[in-house]
Unconditional design. Structure first.
Length: 170
């Protein structure tokens, strides 16, 4: 038995360790949101997140995910999804689950990526060529993501408290 965490739940499957994760997800676990595209890791339709990193599941043997965390499109809850709709990214839609998984991982790493970083990160192929819309949706989703709290300001010194210079000599 091969055990890993899938979409937040401990999962066990009976599969040969060299079986591509894509087929285990689709055929044994019913996670059909992850698509088969090319089978050689070029198109990205099968992209899932492996410990938060986008990976092509057609190239990832299920034996390599033992004890690891996999997230599929079925469990994605991310601002990028609303941005995808707002920017009207999908046309045929086939590549979208892989595109969304890659975009969410990028935004979790950097919610304000420049176009060059988006282009370098998003290596998934869209046969409908909606790349400008994908880029716009990523920027929109990044702007909608919660920003980290800034560190608290230094407390103001009171008139009777020692100054920073005086404290350094104490």
């Amino acid at each position: 038995m091969i055990e890993f965490t899938l979409n937040g739940k401990l999962t066990s499957v009976d599969a040969e360790p060299d079986t591509p994760l894509l087929w285990v997800l689709r055929e044994q676990l019913g996670m059909t949101g992850t698509k088969f595209g090319c089978g050689i890791g070029q198109c990205g339709a099968c992209t899932v997140q492996f410990n938060g990193i986008p990976m092509r599941s057609c190239l990832l043997p299920v034996g390599g995910v033992i004890g690891q965390t996999i997230q599929t499109i079925e469990a994605l809850d991310h601002p990028v999804q609303a941005a995808w709709i707002a920017e009207q990214v999908p046309q045929c839609g086939y590549c979208q689950s892989g595109q969304l998984m890659a975009a969410a991982a990028l935004l979790d790493k950097n919610p304000e990526p420049e176009d060059a970083e988006i282009d370098a990160w998003m290596t998934n192929i869209c046969r409908c060529a909606t790349y400008p819309r994908i880029r716009a949706a990523i920027r929109r989703a990044g702007a909608a993501m919660p920003k980290p709290e800034p560190p608290p300001d230094e407390p103001e010194e009171s008139a009777d408290a020692p100054s920073a210079e005086e404290r350094s000599t104490l």
